[in-house]
Design a binder for this molecule. Structure first.
Ligand SMILES: Cc1cc2nc3c(=O)[nH]c(=O)nc-3n(C[C@H](O)[C@H](O)[C@H](O)COP(=O)(O)O)c2cc1C
Length: 372
């Protein structure tokens, strides 16, 4: 199968793949730059991006803003002509400032989820940066398109659909995750592993088709193409093929890139993926109640047993977090992950992470995903 490049406005990625943003510290300049160099779209995660800076504990916001620039420059040096963007979560405190810093650094694209990026066009202003919301349902795509059109007279430049097999925080309730079970088609292969009984099956493909129909309506209205990219559990050439057969213009892949040589995570984090078995991948609740997917390690077992994990002074990451009430600090747990302290860490991963058997290069992963 021949794949067309992924295009939005003046941006063209020769290979229609976006490397999904992975925080904290998993997709930084090295991974994003390498993906962009090979022809895909490289995405740096802005989530607590300054965690290695000496002043991070005292002033996380300042450290993050400075590091946005640094990691962008690193990526740009690797891929002078590549497409490089940032993943910036709506749920982050100082979201606006991080978006502004990414634009100032020179980002081609901002991808924003973990909430609906309702006012992203206002923050981007007259800048040429491309804007892409992440959605998991037709309802959310409709809400965003309507609101952006009414308030800002513009459309998203690209839409990322994130399905139930993705890694990190998920845009579904635990009940919804239970609905999307094994037999919902190739794109839903692998169990959602929510730990409870399968209470019914629903095809996520149906939701993808509905989202595509809604985007089409707006495409016709505005008379230009709005590419749609599908994410979640896409980890081999057959799933890439199946995604395109549904009518999307590209795929977003994250988990496969963790076990690459160029991924910015510590080697022990990558090894945790290589060691994981299918039953080790579980649905977890983040401290602020959102479901996510991660490896069941010592840390996660403690959390499940109701243990309260002591944490460092608040780093001010999420809007909704109350440090006095949380079972653990998500920033602490994800920084442990990035640093390779894997038994004390929240090890986010996609549903198919257990399939990784070796460390590869980014180029090998991309060739494998798009092989005939
Ligand atoms: C380790 C890890 C961290 C992630 N962190 C984020 C994040 O900070 N923000 C976000 O929007 N998505 C995050 N994601 C989701 C990915 O960007 C991507 O959309 C999704 O995982 C794709 O599914 P796949 O991992 O099965 O390929 C993360 C995924 C993983 C595996």
């Amino acid at each position: 199968m021949d794949y067309k490049p992924l295009k939005t406005g003046n941006l063209t990625a020769k290979v229609p793949v976006i490397q999904g943003g992975m925080g904290i510290g998993i997709s930084l300049g090295n991974l994003a730059g390498t993906v962009a160099k090979v022809g895909g779209i490289g995405i740096i995660s802005a989530a607590q991006i300054g965690f290695k800076e000496a002043d991070f504990d005292q002033n996380p916001e300042k450290a993050n803003l400075r590091t946005i620039q640094k990691e962008y420059e690193k990526a740009r040096k690797i891929a002078p002509d590549g497409v490089i963007g940032f993943n910036i979560m709506v749920a982050m405190r100082h979201y606006e400032k991080y978006v502004e810093a990414a634009i100032q650094a020179g980002a081609d694209l901002i991808i924003s989820g973990a909430g609906l990026p309702m006012d992203l066009p206002k923050i981007a202003g007259a800048s040429q940066v491309k804007l892409a919301p992440i959605v998991s349902s037709e309802k959310s795509v409709r809400v965003i398109f309507r609101y952006w059109e009414k308030k800002y007279k513009r459309q998203p430049d690209l839409v990322v659909i994130e399905g139930p097999l993705a890694g990190g925080h998920l845009g579904f309730s635990v009940e919804e995750l239970e609905m999307y079970e094994e037999e919902c088609g190739n794109l839903c292969h692998g169990s959602v592993n929510s730990g409870s009984e399968n209470r019914g099956k629903k095809k996520y493909e149906d939701e993808v088709r509905k989202i595509l129909e809604t985007v089409k309506i707006y495409e016709e209205k505005c008379d230009h193409e709005i590419p749609v990219v599908l994410a979640g559990g896409i980890d081999d050439a057959s799933k890439v093929k199946e995604a395109f057969a549904l009518g999307v213009d590209g795929v977003q892949v994250a988990t496969r890139f963790v076990t690459t040589k160029e991924c910015d995570a510590d080697i022990r984090y990558k090894q945790a993926y290589l060691d994981a078995k299918k039953e080790d991948i579980v649905i977890v609740k983040s401290p602020v109640g959102m479901p996510g997917r991660a490896i069941l390690n010592t840390f996660q077992k403690k959390v499940r047993a109701g243990e309260k994990i002591p944490h460092s002074p608040c780093h001010g990451c999420l809007h909704k977090c109350n440090p006095a009430e949380i079972p653990y600090c998500i920033t602490d747990a994800l920084i442990h992950a990035a640093k390779g302290e894997v038994e004390d860490a929240l090890l986010f991963c996609g549903a198919n992470a257990y399939k990784a058997t070796k460390i590869e290069t980014v180029e090998e992963v991309i060739q494998d995903l798009f092989k005939a």
